[in-house]
Ligand binder design. Structure first.
Ligand code: SIN
Ligand code: FE2
Length: 170
């Protein structure tokens, strides 16, 4: 399942290149945002989530205070220099008692973390290689985004930032 630039329902190509592993994957196209059990490009199931990823995600969730996390999606985002993710809520899942676990690799990024309203004040958090963020409970539906990635060259990822978010889709 290669990285690809998906299209938003509004018809824009996302600057972030995406793929997934796990039983489900997050996709967007002109029909909307959703989780699918097949990669629309390959028509095959998404690649299996490696057990090491799964264990890391549930251990991180536990440390964040969520001990029942059962991720079935690992969305993998690849940001080239200049790529960004606009402010949004993660709300395509059905069980908001399940947290989101995010791992960051490679080039640093500024993560904007707001409130329940798009207009709420944003906190800026620098995410660097190896950082883990867990959000859930009262903050599960907060608006968040990534500011445009600054030019750089990371020893492991070159001119990219890689982010993986673990979710339970259903
Ligand atoms: C996301 O909000 O899905 C991705 C966040 C990130 O790239 O850190
Ligand atoms: Fe998100």
């Amino acid at each position: 399942s290669p990285f690809r630039h998906m299209t938003t329902p509004g018809g824009y190509d996302m600057s972030v290149a995406m793929t997934n592993c796990g039983n489900y994957g997050w996709v967007t196209d002109r029909r909307g945002y959703r989780y699918t059990d097949r990669d629309p490009i390959t028509q095959n199931c998404w690649p299996e989530m490696p057990n090491t990823f799964y264990q890391l995600a549930i251990n991180a969730a536990r440390e964040g205070g969520f001990d029942q996390f059962q991720p079935d999606v690992c969305l993998i985002n690849r940001y080239a220099v200049g790529a960004k993710m606009s402010l949004h809520q993660d709300k395509d899942e059905t069980d908001f008692a399940q947290p989101i676990v995010s791992l960051s690799f490679g080039l640093p990024a500024i993560f904007q973390f707001g409130g329940m309203l798009r207009s709420d004040t944003l906190k800026k958090v620098l995410l660097t290689h190896g950082d883990v963020v867990v959000w859930g409970g009262d903050s599960r539906l907060v608006y968040h985004g990534i500011l445009p990635i600054k030019d750089g060259d990371h020893r492991l990822t070159g001119p990219y930032r890689i982010n993986m978010t673990f979710r339970k889709s259903g």
